[in-house]
Ligand binder design. Structure first.
Ligand code: XCC
Length: 636
């Protein structure tokens, strides 16, 4: 009965195939976890010390608190912010790795990387206060990379993080200072949060949540610098046309999936593959075919037009095609089960980072000092694996859809600038003020098998588009839309409301692209969500309102990872209403749940809401946008 597991037709076919060969996928494992433990599900299971696990058992004498006396609100708050710490650590460590690489480029230690976008380098340098006048590119690069690295180790609490300071307006920064959530150093804030939530330290849920928000601001800081420096190293995305879904895997080619998050290796594999087509041909294939999964896939999609194979929940199914020769993985969101999936076929799972290994899979220690050669060796592993491919086991669903992606903030503004060269952002403001579009929504986040794979992603996008909401998308959410054939001009005709259609007609007429613009603008990986926030910051300024008054909402219908909790939390701190389509493990404490869903709005203007029903969630999102528009009109 795979039809209820996913709405994706290709994935459904592959799930049937998994069943035939007796491979239990993540969908089977999700089912095996039912029914969930209510304590864990609502956040009232405490595993912070070795006396536990403690649960809240209100009916038992002494059971309404943990052994140490921690109440439900302390336990729920601690559990929640520890998710944020995990997420912020992952995003910012990704950023640190890119910053370190950029510094080594500036120091002449790395020869396979270079500054690909010097204009962006100068823009970033100016923003963060690095002198550019009369200086050569490498000197500026060194200062920018050093400024990024300084974000991590800073321990002087009188100083503040450079990136969020440079990109956020003064009023919001002041609010963060007043609420004591302004961080000074990333490592410091994350260490402090783990300390704060240690047994017997903080039991005040509001103070704990504010500690969590401080870590969440480290998350956006690390994300922002990761995006900026990746654009500097590899180029800033421009619109590209490519395809998505398992049909992008080619039977006659050596197929390599790039999976994970970090572009440092995947970009090198893209570069190396261009030179190695003949080696693949010598092995009997017609060439090398690269496809992407999760956010590494989004990185190389944005910059190189690499096709999307699939997203998080269905990663094992790319192996089920029998034509995946190698899956090259770096960090985050890589299922350990890939190895067992690969064992049913000839597929090589290649782990590449020192902190990410899978027992029994092949580990190739990626060396940035020898990046292109490392990438070539990995491709050769795939070519060798291809020789062992069993043609009788190949079954690729003939399903793929056209995708138009590559919407960095620069490329979005470039399109708007074709209508209003003096003030590109005005184009969006005019459309909102004229009522042509109601506002903007960011569709973000993961897959979560507590619901049907990709169903709510697409349902919410369709509802919002029908209501004339201009859509941005990233991460696995963007991939859901791409897989479903919604990230192209046809989808505008099919799903957009009349106002949104008119807006697109004007944009298409001006943009001068060889393709029509898609229903949602794909801004890249999850680490790239600062692109969305920068746009919102610009909108606020142009509209003459504060961040939390912009008709903008965020929706993560299938949030899953710790990173998603961190992202949601900084969105709230920025003033953004943030929908999450799974019931969060905060509901075990009425107090904590009220703080994040209600009180947060009084303090920051942003708040969370949990709504698993796509239609109800969409209605609420549209209502919020309309209410903000109404209030803005009243203020005039
Ligand atoms: Fe979530 Fe980021 Fe992972 Fe996909 S890949 S499952 S964190 S949406 Ni970024």
């Amino acid at each position: 009965m795979s039809e209820h597991k996913t709405i994706d037709v290709a994935a459904t076919q592959m799930l049937d195939r998994a069943k035939e060969i007796g491979f239990l996928t993540t969908f089977d494992r999700a089912k095996a976890q039912e029914p969930r433990c209510t304590f864990g599900n609502t956040g009232i299971c405490c595993r912070i010390c070795l006396q536990g696990p403690c649960r809240i058992l209100p009916k038992k004498p002494g059971g309404n608190k943990g052994i140490c006396g921690a109440a439900d609100y302390t336990i729920v708050a601690r559990n929640t912010v520890r998710y944020i710490a995990g997420g912020a650590a992952a995003h910012s460590d990704h950023g640190r790795h890119i910053a370190e690489t950029l510094l080594h480029v500036a120091e002449g230690k790395l020869h396979d990387y270079k500054v690909t976008d010097p204009d962006k380098l100068v823009r970033v340098a100016k923003r963060i206060g690095v002198e550019t006048e009369g200086r050569d590119v490498m000197a500026i690069t060194k200062d920018v990379a050093s400024a990024a690295l300084a974000e991590f180790g800073r321990v002087d609490e009188t100083q503040e993080l450079t990136w969020i300071n440079a990109y956020t307006d003064e009023k919001r920064l002041d609010l963060w200072r007043k609420t004591t959530i302004m961080p000074s150093g990333i490592n410091l804030s994350l260490a402090q949060l783990l300390h704060q939530t240690h047994v017997g330290t903080d039991s005040d849920p509001v103070n704990i949540i504010f500690g969590g928000l401080k870590a969440a601001l480290c998350d956006i800081d690390g994300q922002h610098l990761a995006t900026d420096l990746s654009d500097i190293l590899f180029g800033t995305g421009v619109p590209v046309v490519t395809e998505a879904n398992l049909g992008a895997i080619k039977a006659d080619k050596v197929n390599i999936a790039l999976h994970g998050h970090n572009p440092l290796l995947s970009q090198m594999v893209v570069n190396a593959a261009k030179e190695m087509q003949d080696e693949a041909k010598a092995a009997g294939a017609t060439g090398i075919n690269l496809v992407g999964i999760c956010c590494t896939g989004n990185e190389v999609l944005m910059r190189e037009g690499v096709a999307i194979a699939t997203n998080f929940a269905t990663q094992e199914l790319a192996v089920m095609t029998g034509a995946m020769d190698a899956m090259v993985v770096d960090v985050q969101c890589i299922m350990p089960s890939l190895r067992s999936a690969a064992e049913c076929f000839h597929t090589k799972i290649v782990t590449t980072m020192p902190i990410m290994k899978i027992p029994g899979s092949y580990h190739f220690a990626f060396d940035e000092h020898n990046a292109i050669n490392s990438a070539k060796e990995i491709i050769r592993l795939a070519i060798e694996a291809y020789k062992n491919r069993d043609a009788s086991k190949v079954s690729i669903p003939e399903i793929k859809n056209t995708v138009v992606a590559g919407f960095s903030l620069e490329s979005i503004l470039n399109i708007f600038g074709k209508i209003n060269p003096e003030n590109p952002i005005r184009v969006l403001v005019d459309a909102i003020e004229a009522g042509e579009i109601k506002g903007i929504a960011s569709l973000i986040g993961c897959n979560n098998l507590k619901g049907t794979h990709d169903q709510n992603h697409t349902a919410i996008a369709i509802e919002l588009a029908k209501n004339d909401v201009f859509l941005l998308a990233g991460g696995c959410s963007a991939q859901a839309h791409a897989l479903a054939g919604m990230m192209n001009g046809e989808a505008v005709k099919k799903y957009a409301g009349e106002g949104l259609k008119k807006f697109f007609a004007r944009l298409n007429a001006a943009a001068g692209l060889t393709t029509e613009l898609p229903l949602m603008f794909h801004t890249g990986s999850c680490v790239d969500y600062s692109r969305q926030q920068d746009l919102v910051n610009m909108l606020a300024k142009e509209m003459g309102v504060e961040n939390h008054e912009v008709p903008y909402v965020v929706s993560a219908p299938e949030a899953m990872s710790e990173k998603a909790v961190a992202i949601g939390s900084w969105n709230v701190a920025y003033g953004n209403p943030t929908h999450v389509g799974v019931i969060a493990p905060t509901v075990g404490s009425q107090l904590v749940n009220d703080v994040v869903t209600k009180i947060a709005e009084d303090v920051f203007g942003g708040f969370f809401f949990w709504e698993p029903d796509a239609l109800k969630a969409s209605e609420r999102l549209v209502e919020i946008i309309e209410e903000r528009n109404w209030k803005n009109a009243m203020r005039k």
